[in-house]
Design a protein around this ligand. Structure first.
Ligand code: PLP
Length: 226
């Protein structure tokens, strides 16, 4: 087995074993492998192992990579990084899911471009769990107001909330905040049940707090070296 296949199998095992412990089913959870800083060959290798969901955080890197593996017909691309409005058109060429919907100007542009293309897009509302407005994401207290605006856009399918736990404290605090926000969102839209949370170093904790979409990079891909 290649080192990549070994790491992939090990992460899958850790997901399975945590889900057993907390009494959740594997079918509730989507593993998104973050392929940033790795070439498209890594995407091909993981696809051959059965992986279909891939994530990227920069359009400049993601656009050519997604184009070069366009023959992998079951591959789905998740955009997880801060997105400038002038990149929305490009991202919509390949992305199936946007995890980082985080402000009105981006919402307006994504709504406009999906209408132009007559297509739907799955979106997560990104929460900012820090006091730093530069980190992207809406404040948890603004969730309902922003979510109402998202729900008015008929081309957007609101899947749930997304967050990145702060590195300087126990991730439980942030995953609890995300879960609590998710519960409030479900009051507005009973279909918006998904939680995009959990990365290489904290995905097991995220699974304890209801994460449905894990965004895992280095634990599977190894160190980034593109
Ligand atoms: C890079 C990235 C990840 C994956 O990080 P790892 O620590 O490599 O697992 C997850 N989410 C976002 C938003 C990222 O930018």
């Amino acid at each position: 087995m290649s080192a990549l296949a070994e790491r992939y199998a090990e992460v899958q095992q850790r997901i399975d074993s945590k889900l057993r412990t907390v009494g959740r089913s594997r079918s509730e959870v989507t593993l998104v492998v973050i392929s940033k800083n790795h070439p498209s060959d890594l995407v091909r290798d993981l696809y051959a192992l059965g992986q279909t969901d891939f994530g990227e955080n920069r359009d400049q890197e993601a656009a050519p990579k997604a184009a070069s593996v366009a023959d992998l017909t079951r591959a789905r691309w998740h955009f997880v990084g801060q997105l400038q409005t002038n990149k929305v058109k490009s991202v919509l060429n390949y992305a199936d899911v946007l995890h980082s919907l985080d402000r009105d100007s981006l919402l307006d542009e994504v709504s406009k471009q999906t209408q132009r293309l007559e297509r739907k897009l799955d979106v997560f509302i990104q929460l900012n769990l820090t006091d730093d407005p530069g980190r992207g994401g809406i404040r948890p207290s603004d969730l309902e107001i922003f979510a109402q605006n998202v729900l008015e856009q008929r081309n957007l399918i609101l899947r749930g909330v997304m967050g990145v736990a702060a590195l300087d404290r126990d991730p439980k605090w942030d995953f609890e905040t995300i879960l609590e926000a998710s519960m409030r969102l479900r009051e507005l839209d009973s279909g918006a049940t998904a939680i995009s949370a959990g990365m290489s170093h904290d995905f097991e904790v995220a699974l304890e707090f209801g994460a449905t979409h894990l965004r895992i990079g280095t634990a599977i891909t190894g160190n980034r070296n593109l």
